[in-house]
Design a protein around this ligand. Structure first.
Ligand SMILES: Cc1cc2nc3c(=O)[nH]c(=O)nc-3n(C[C@H](O)[C@H](O)[C@H](O)COP(=O)(O)OP(=O)(O)OC[C@H]3O[C@@H](n4cnc5c(N)ncnc54)[C@H](O)[C@@H]3O)c2cc1C
Length: 416
């Protein structure tokens, strides 16, 4: 596969950019694979990439019912951070952030990582005490994060309405300076290109419809493009996890909900950081193109709808204008939704399942984009070795039987 570099860019430019090759292959489905990964979102593609790169397993297919990156990976608000509370979560999410920090070089693909700082506003004394507590936790976990004063918030986000007459007066903020944003499509495309380059077959428009099983093992997968014999199977299908688990014959403690986001028309650069207000559940950042990206609460009813709704648009916009009155005249350009996989303790489910050769990666809910490289690495390890990765031990499905939950509800950022 062609390496991307300044020299390639200049050479292709001289040839009028007419000779770029495809970024990944469009292979024909084979009759059999050593490993099959269901779902070509970020987690599925990263799984295939690390299976090939770290474990040398290259006879791999990634099956996608739509187009690669067309699920939540291409629909999220691109925020990355690792300010989780429990040591096991911090280890996982910080591994993901560190892998993202090196991903452009590793994948030879510009994922447009922008570590512009992730800021959570503080509106009350109680929240301020919680943030001090959180900063201490993060220190113990070796993760960066700090409290900043109201003056610092005003300096960093001059358009923010912090006055004592605002509905939610601001007292300061928590900031993780290594947090920020990454271009979401680039993550899917970078991992797809890297996996394809190492021999992985990415099969789009190929829906998994059922399984053939013998002695509690999956021997073949029925798809819309035919039957595939397989050695091991990984599933990374986010909001469709219960559907695939149902086809395999077991249940998951996961519910599917719609999560919405929206962008404004592009305006000149006015917001340098990512800002979240816990009082309203609304968060906002500005893309390199100038659009304001906005997200807010989860739709609290179960749904497989990938559509926005006017009540959420109204709630989000009202809160954004309260926070930033200067944006009142800005027009909304697009809104959309994804189907997220919500788990009772807001932590992922990683590792083996009740089916001997089926391994799982799901339950990231509203915050799995930031975890893609680590989630992929965990599932790749599980598929290659048959055992959960050391960092995934606490995130097994069995925790819902033993009641050893890892409750990260407070770190999820979005009200569940
Ligand atoms: C609006 C919104 C905003 C978000 N904002 C953030 C954020 O700012 N930061 C953050 O960290 N996270 C965020 N998230 C969450 C994040 O997007 C997800 O947790 C993450 O993308 C999940 O990745 P995935 O690869 O597991 O799933 P997906 O990207 O959804 O991929 C799963 C794939 O499986 C495929 N599939 C399903 N069923 C089948 C089948 N039967 N056969 C074959 N393929 C199948 C789907 O088509 C899909 O492409 C947000 C989510 C949404 C919806």
């Amino acid at each position: 596969m062609q390496r991307y570099s300044f020299a390639t860019l200049a050479w292709q430019g001289l040839r009028k950019n007419l000779h770029w090759g495809p970024a990944w292959r469009e292979p024909r489905l084979k009759a059999s694979y050593d490993a099959v990964v269901i779902g070509a979102g970020g987690h599925g593609l990263a799984t295939a990439y690390y299976l090939a790169k770290e474990y040398g397993v290259t006879n791999v297919a990634v099956l996608e019912k739509g187009w690669l990156g067309g699920g939540n990976t291409g629909r999220n608000t691109t925020v990355v951070r690792s300010d989780y509370m429990f040591p096991e979560s911090a280890a996982l999410y910080d591994l993901a952030l560190r892998l993202y920090e090196g991903a452009a070089r590793d994948l030879n693909f510009n994922i447009m990582l922008s570590q512009r700082g992730y800021m959570t506003l503080i509106h009350s004394q109680h929240q301020e005490e919680s943030v001090q507590h959180k900063v201490n936790w993060l220190k113990c976990n070796g993760v960066d994060g700090e409290f900043i004063s109201l003056d610092e918030v005003k300096r960093m986000v001059p358009l923010l309405n912090v006055g004592e007459h605002s509905r939610n007066p601001v007292r300061g903020a928590f900031i993780q300076r290594r947090g920020g944003t990454i271009r979401h499509d680039a993550v899917a495309w970078g991992f797809a290109r890297g996996a394809s380059d190492r021999g992985v077959d990415i099969i789009q428009n190929c829906e998994v419809l059922g399984f053939e099983k013998t002695n509690n093992r999956i021997t073949a997968i029925k798809t819309s493009k035919g039957r595939i014999a397989c050695g091991v199977v990984g599933m990374a299908v986010a909001g469709h996890s219960t559907v695939i688990a149902g086809l395999a014959g077991f249940r998951l403690p996961v519910t599917s909900h719609c999560l919405q986001a929206m962008v404004s028309e592009p305006i000149r650069p006015v917001l340098a950081h990512m800002v979240l207000s816990p009082a309203t559940g609304v968060y906002i950042n500005q893309t390199q193109k100038g659009e304001l990206v906005m997200g807010s609460v989860l739709d609290l009813y179960h749904s497989y709808g990938q559509r926005g709704t006017f009540c959420t648009i109204e709630k989000t916009i009202t809160s954004v204008v309260e926070m930033f009155p200067a944006f009142a005249q800005t027009r909304l350009m697009r809104h959309w939704a994804g189907i997220v996989d919500i788990v009772p303790d807001s932590s992922p489910i990683l590792g083996p399942t009740p089916i001997d050769n089926l391994h799982i990666n799901c339950g990231w809910g509203t915050g799995g984009f930031k975890a893609i490289p680590a989630g992929g690495m965990m599932l790749a390890h599980s598929l290659a070795t048959g055992k959960p990765h050391a960092l995934a031990q606490k995130f097994g499905l069995d925790r819902f039987r033993s009641n050893r939950l890892v409750d990260e509800g407070a770190a999820a950022g979005i009200a569940h």
